[in-house]
Structure formats: C-alpha cells, structure tokens
Ligand binder design. Structure first.
Ligand code: SAH
Length: 460
C-alpha cells in the first residue's frame, strides 16, 4: 500500500523537519509484519511530497497472527492485508512518525502548531459503507474527499470492490492529520482486526484527544475501532459519553461463518474443562471479576457448590447482575455464592473446597504480595487442585501496536515469561506439597508460545 503526503506551504521542504525524515534519504523501517520504505517523490521550495510504501510479509502475518480461529480457515491465508491499508498502516504511521504525531519538532518547533495545506493520498483503502462513510467521517474534520473506486476485476463484470484510492485535502496541523489517519484508517476498513492488545482503548482516547469527542460520528468510530474487543469498547464508550446501545452500521457486510473464539472465552473454557477433569464438586473462583467463569461453572451439574470471591465490591455487584442472581431458581441459587474478600488475607470461608481457579488474577497483585496469596490459597484454603492462568509475556511481541515492555492491561503489576511462571509455580508447589503441570492457552506460536499460560496444581 502506498501513502503520500504533500504540502505547498513554503518552503515546502520544511515537511522534512516536521516528519523527521530527510528529503535526500531513503529510509527503511521494520514493522511487526513487514517493512515501510520512506522516500520523497518531490522536494522543492514550492511543493514537497513524502511517500511511504508498506510491504507486508504475508507469511509473517499468518505465523504471527494472534487470531483465534476455532478451526482452519482459508480467510487466514487469502485476504487483503498485504496490500490494503488497515491497522498495519496505523502501526506504520505511529512507528515512522511518532514525533510528528505527538506534535514534536526538534529543529523547527514553531512549525508544529501551524495549520498548513496538506494533500494525502492512500492507495488502496478498503471502505465498508463506501464513499458516504468516507465523507461522514472526514468532512467534519475539515477534509475534502476525492475517492476513486476500484472494480473487482477489470476482465470480468463483477462490479465494484470496496477498495478506493483516496485523496484528502485539509489545512490543519500535521499532528492532527496523522492522528486522524491513525484512528480512521482501521475504522474505514472495519475488518476483523487481529487482537491488538488491551492498551488500545488508551491509544484511541489519546490519539482522539481534542477531536473525537466532538465528532458527530464518534459512536461509529469507537465501535468500529475497537471491533471484537467487547468489554474494551464499553470502557471507551463510557469515557466518550456514548450510550451503550449498539447501532446497526454493519449492514453492508458480507455474512461470515467464521467463528472467532476470543482469547478470554477460550481461556475460561479451558479452565472450566480443567476443573471438570479434576472431578471436583466444590469449586472456588478466586478473583472472579464480573462472573464470566461463574456463569460457565453454574452450567455444569458436576459442580454442586460454587463460591466466587473478589476484592472489588463493584465487580461482585456486576457479577450478580450478570448472573441474574436475585432471580435464580432455588435449584441454582443453592449451588452458588459470591463474597467480597482479599486473597492476601487468610480466609476460613475458602476452606473445604475441592478445586480453585485464579484466572488472570495474580498479575494484578504486586509481586511481593504473592506470598500472602499463596499462604492463604495453598496454605490455608488448601483445595485439592488449583488452576492458575496468567499472560505469557513472550507472546506480547505478536500484538500489533503494542510497545515493547508495555503490558496488556493498565492494572497489571507484572507479566511473566513461561520460565518465570514455571519457576514461581514450582517453588509454590514444593513449599505446599503439590505437584504442578503446565498448559498453553490459545494458539501456540513456535517461538513465543501461547498468549496465555496455565498451571494446574494437585495436592500430593
Ligand atoms: N477472573 C476474572 C477477572 C480477572 S481480572 C476473569 O478472568 O474474567 C482480576 C480480578 O482480580 C479483578 O476482578 C480484581 O478485582 C481481582 N483482584 C485483584 N486483586 C485481588 C485481591 N487481592 N483479592 C481478590 N481479588 C483481587
């Protein structure tokens, strides 16, 4: 895919300072899934154009996809990602022009706040909803939009595709222009993005600062941008003051049979299965959050007694709402209870259970507090089996747009490699007299393992 940006504000070669790219040089920037080549096609006092050609490595795309498909799907191999502008484009923008996007210019800082005439060309841009959506999203930001729609195949009479070569013109600050494109390009595409990390909400709010909350289509932008990220969308909608009721704006989409299993659902299903395998009848969900696992557990007749605990009263409240707790029939109600409590204090209410699950909980505690947690869970509650899951830090490199050393969630205090998790778990097992085995959760990558990791402890 090709992106060009032109200015006629004189001297036009100042564009090189603003973008931190020298007009006389060709540069190559490595991306998570390909390479961006940056060069100038013209650089005179009157007019200056920088071009960025992104070449996607289709093999790396498949090998690195954090894409949870239930079964083999041809769509993984045959898709438009190598040539169409999408989230890979946004990733390239932020990687190649982060200073400019953040409004920094080392040599000519006075240029940063100046509105300048820009012309941007993107080839090709997939747009669901066609030219109307292009205009709906760009015109309120001051752009004039010229769009050339491509036919599906020139040799056959198959009609129009959803791919466009677009030319946008605006007089604005460069940092605004780059932020607009960063957010909107994947929004136009509205494809099933590969899972892009939970920090994505903050990125949307950060790059959308100053314009998104005033945009008349902020609702559609947010929903499309965070597509497939369920709970995250909710957080962003709240932050932007948008009603939660979903709107039907995907009517133009082709129906798809492809069934995506989100990582978290897959994780919960794996834990549920593991608990069933232990033969447990009385189970604990420690750090139960909003009760997703509890709902699954309640559906298993094998579990005669289920106790959910969380330190957050608000989470317990939401879990109760989600489970329709007050309206449960007697048959269900006598099997489940929810309590508030901190895992780092000895708690007798947790004693007498066969198995406990801690799903994505330990990484929310400061590492030095884990000792108190294990003393309570393994030393005091002492269920026969304990299932613990936590992110596999090594897998983070697979997520597009995730900065190095970033964590998947703001509230994570640490994230461990497989070796770190195993070292910790082996020590806990030895201390409290358990055996422990490990399983990956999610699709396994040969180099970095699976997105999530699980330890299953059993009392000797
Ligand atoms: N297990 C749930 C929630 C994971 S989020 C799920 O998989 O969906 C982590 C949860 O751990 C949060 O709900 C948080 O409130 C809870 N938590 C964090 N520290 C805790 C502590 N010290 N004691 C009990 N719960 C805790």
């Amino acid at each position: 895919m090709l992106f060009t940006i032109t200015t006629t504000r004189q001297p036009a070669t100042d564009l090189g300072y603003l973008l931190h790219k020298h007009p006389a040089k060709v540069q190559e920037v490595e991306l998570a899934k390909g390479t961006a080549r940056i060069f100038y096609t013209e650089a005179s006092k009157e007019r200056c154009t920088l071009a960025m050609a992104i070449e996607v490595d289709p093999i790396a795309l498949i090998r690195h996809s954090g894409n949870m498909t239930e079964s083999f799907s041809l769509g993984q191999y045959v898709n438009d990602r190598p040539y169409a502008a999408s989230s890979i484009f946004s990733n390239a923008l932020s990687k190649c022009f982060s200073s400019a996007m953040n409004g920094r210019c080392k040599d000519k800082p006075e240029l940063v706040d100046e509105a300048m005439p820009f012309e941007v060309k993107i080839a090709v841009l997939p747009v669901r909803g066609g030219e109307a959506v292009l205009k709906q999203l760009l015109e309120p930001l001051g752009y004039t939009v010229q769009a050339e729609r491509h036919v599906l195949d020139e040799q056959f009479n198959w009609g129009d595709s959803r791919y466009y070569t677009v030319t946008l013109r605006n007089t604005c600050k460069l940092s605004d222009l780059l932020s607009h494109l960063y957010v909107l390009v994947p929004v136009f595409d509205n494809n099933k993005h590969y899972w892009i990390g939970e920090g994505e909400v903050d990125k949307l709010l950060d790059k959308g600062e100053g314009w998104l909350d005033k945009h008349p289509a902020k609702d559609m932008i947010t929903r499309r941008y965070l597509r497939n990220l369920g709970g995250l969308t909710k957080r962003a909608l709240l932050a932007l003051n948008i009603d939660e009721e979903p709107i039907d704006e995907e009517a133009d989409e082709a129906p798809t049979n492809e069934k995506k299993v989100r990582l978290h659902d897959q994780r919960l299903e794996t834990v549920n299965q593991e608990l069933l395998n232990t033969g447990a009848k009385r189970v604990l969900d420690l750090g139960c959050g909003e009760g997703k696992l509890l709902r699954l557990l309640l559906q298993q007749k094998q579990f005669e007694s289920i106790l959910g605990m969380d330190v957050s009263a608000r989470s317990i409240e939401i879990a109760k709402e989600r489970l329709n707790f007050d309206k449960l029939s007697a048959k269900y109600k006598e099997r489940i209870n929810l309590i508030q409590g901190a895992l780092t204090y000895r708690d007798k209410r947790l004693q007498g259970f066969d198995a406990a699950a801690l799903v994505e909980v330990i990484e929310h505690l400061d590492e030095p507090r884990l000792e108190a947690l294990t003393a309570n869970v393994f030393g005091s509650a002492m269920p026969t089996h304990v299932v613990i899951t936590t992110p596999n830090k090594e897998y983070n490199s697979m997520y597009e747009n995730m900065a190095e050393d970033a964590m998947r969630h703001n509230d994570h205090r640490f994230e461990w490699t497989r070796a770190e998790f195993e070292t910790w778990s082996n020590a806990v097992a030895a201390q409290y007299g358990y055996t422990v085995s490990y399983k990956p959760v999610g699709e396994v990558n040969a180099n970095v393992g699976a997105p999530s990791q699980m330890a299953v402890f059993s009392k000797k």
